[in-house]
Write a protein that binds this ligand. Structure first.
Ligand SMILES: [Zn+2]
Length: 256
């Protein structure tokens, strides 16, 4: 493959990522509200009028309309272009890391689910079963057909879910309040099913360090109380994306 055709291939993957990101935005808006993903067509959340196709071109429409609805001029959340852009970047990074092989499809599906969970947990403190449970099943089926293999995938799901369940139960018993929810348990099981038990553990370590760092930072700058509930699912999502892209290298480096 010549380098110019390589650049063209990556550009196509980036465009594909923008289009998928646009659909993920629909999931992010509608899943927590228990609305259908296919009906009605995309509408403005403010005036509820149906968008025309040219109001709905990923990234381009947001810039062209300067972040406002074409009909009622209400502000459009910057979340829309950010999710589209992030999806495009994550897709291109995975294509660069894996090349064209079946595992790429599995990791792109996982990435898409993680992006939705990241934003929904951040905005609603919620990890919908509609994502985690089908995701867990898809991860187990795909992993039986390609790396990490069904044994590692099953171990990843059971150990990951079991660990977070035990930590959550223990915390609740001693503190009398909920620290981790069942959503976190199902989410790490899904991640374990896709990535296997080793990269699932890398995900847990990365998410815990990131969560602790952000928590300390918030306590220092905002004098937030220790009770401030961080969206642990968002940290799990970010940790799993890093683990998917370079977890094996991190693991080899750590184990010397
Ligand atoms: Zn509007």
């Amino acid at each position: 493959m010549t380098s110019s055709s390589h650049v063209e291939t990556l550009a196509l993957w980036a465009l594909g990522g923008l289009a998928v990101g646009s659909f993920l935005n629909v999931c992010i808006h509608r899943l927590p509200r228990r609305q259908s993903l296919v009906f009605p067509r995309s509408y403005c959340p403010s005036c509820e009028r149906t968008l025309r196709w040219f109001h709905n071109v990923p990234l381009v429409s947001y810039i062209w309309l300067r972040g406002r609805c074409a009909m009622c001029r209400a502000r459009i959340s910057p979340r829309y272009p950010l999710v589209e852009l992030a999806t495009a970047l994550v897709f291109v990074a995975h294509v660069l890391a894996f090349g064209w092989q079946p595992l790429l499809a599995s990791r792109l599906l996982l990435s898409s689910l993680l992006i939705v969970l990241f934003v929904v947990d951040l905005e609603h403190r919620l990890l919908p079963n509609a994502i985690t449970l089908p995701g867990l099943l898809a991860g187990l089926v795909l992993s039986a057909l390609m790396p990490p293999g069904w044994v590692d995938a099953l171990l990843g799901a059971v150990i990951g879910g079991g660990l977070l369940w035990v930590i959550g139960e223990t915390y609740e018993r001693f503190r009398g309040e909920q620290g981790l929810g069942m959503g976190d348990v199902k989410m790490i099981a899904m991640i374990g099913a896709f990535l296997g038990w080793e990269l699932m553990l890398v995900t847990l370590v990365l998410a815990s360090f990131a969560g602790a760092a952000v928590g300390l930072f918030l306590i220092i700058i905002r004098r937030a109380s220790m009770q401030y509930a961080l969206p642990f699912g968002s940290f799990l999502a970010a940790g799993a994306l890093v683990a998917s892209l370079c977890g094996t290298r991190l693991l080899n480096w750590y184990l010397g």
